[in-house]
Write a protein that binds this ligand. Structure first.
Ligand SMILES: Cc1cc2nc3c(=O)[nH]c(=O)nc-3n(C[C@H](O)[C@H](O)[C@H](O)COP(=O)(O)O)c2cc1C
Length: 319
């Protein structure tokens, strides 16, 4: 296989990116520094919008990112029920006004927003946790599907289906390109997903512990010292599965869930959680650290360029 064939897929052409290697939106972390470092190293990344709380702040972050890279990048739009829909509309206006070419939507059906995005020439990569959601998103006009398996950090869905069953089922039922995610953090995982038919891979956990991520050192160290069995899925009782590193906070939530706590009693912990502030502070125990089972494979803190180059080298060697 020549170099072009390894890296040239419908996704690399759609995104105008060198490598089929993406970083998903990372709440409170995907800001200008992380996103521009990934794009400058040949990958593609999405600015997180939902922690910014206003259209103007998103526009400012977009401009800050543009000052750090001349490569294209996208914006992540969280459509989770708890996201305020008026804010989603504001973020979409910011994306249109700033000529952002691609958005990653996640958390809910994109139907209400996709028409406006597409009318403005914006490509929509919709993130799903099951083939049935992939089919729906394709029907509504998504340009590509990001298929997430149950190992993923953040919201891996309620079906508890691992990446490869989910991926193959999805590849068998949609025509649009599929990007694989959830447990991939190296060239070996990338090669497996690309060999199955994915046209790119997306990683979250691996980028969350890079030098350019603004996690406090204590949080990065906790992640790299953890093994693949050190994550837990919380909030299953309210059908909002959330995979995080096991710590005092997740133990507290699991105990509340065992004692049948109400949604309000559980969600208050999320509402009171200031991600950006907590990630800069040094307490790795009393906060939510979203991360996937890939933490067991991550044992050092690399720069985004090192992570991307190592991954691409290993990927090429594998295939
Ligand atoms: C720290 C962290 C924060 C995340 N925040 C978001 C988010 O705000 N929006 C979103 O769509 N996905 C979010 N995710 C999910 C990632 O974009 C991606 O889908 C997932 O991390 C892929 O699986 P992996 O962690 O096994 O690589 C987050 C993941 C992590 C690890």
């Amino acid at each position: 296989m020549n170099k072009m064939k390894k890296n040239d897929t419908r996704i690399t052409r759609m995104l105008n990116v060198e490598y089929p290697l993406l970083c998903g939106g990372l709440y409170g972390l995907s800001e200008s520094k992380l996103v521009s470092s990934i794009c400058n190293a040949g990958g593609y990344a999405f600015l997180s919008s939902s922690h910014l709380n206003s259209k103007e702040l998103l526009k400012k972050e977009i401009r800050k990112t543009r000052a750090l890279t001349d490569k294209p990048f996208g914006v992540n739009l969280s459509l989770l029920k708890e996201s305020k829909s008026n804010l989603v509309n504001e973020y979409i206006d910011a994306v249109i006004e700033e000529n952002i070419p691609v958005v990653e939507t996640a958390g809910n059906n994109p139907e209400d927003y996709i028409k406006k995005l597409k009318e403005n020439g914006i490509k929509v990569l919709h993130k799903v946790v099951s083939p049935r959601h992939a089919l729906k998103a394709e029907k509504f006009g998504a340009d590509a599907i990001i298929l997430v398996g149950y190992s993923a950090g953040g919201h891996p869905g309620m079906d508890e289906v691992g990446l490869f069953v989910n991926l193959v089922e999805t590849l068998n039922c949609v025509q649009v390109p599929v990007i694989a995610a959830g447990g991939i953090c190296s060239g070996r995982g990338m090669a497996a997903a690309m060999s199955a038919g994915a046209e790119a891979v997306l990683m979250g956990t691996a980028f969350s512990v890079t030098k350019e991520s603004h996690y406090h050192e204590n949080i990065k160290n906790k992640i790299i010292e953890s093994s693949s069995t050190d994550t837990v899925v919380i909030f299953k009782s309210i059908r909002n599965a959330f995979r995080c590193v096991r710590n005092k906070m997740t133990e507290k939530i699991l105990e509340l869930e065992e004692n049948n706590a109400s949604p309000e009693e559980l969600l208050v912990h999320l509402k009171n959680f200031d991600a950006k502030e907590s990630y800069l502070a040094g307490d790795a125990e009393n906060i939510f650290i979203p991360a996937g089972q890939a933490i067991g494979l991550i044992d050092s803190i690399k720069s985004c360029r090192e992570l991307i180059e190592n991954t691409m080298e290993e990927y090429k060697a594998c295939i």
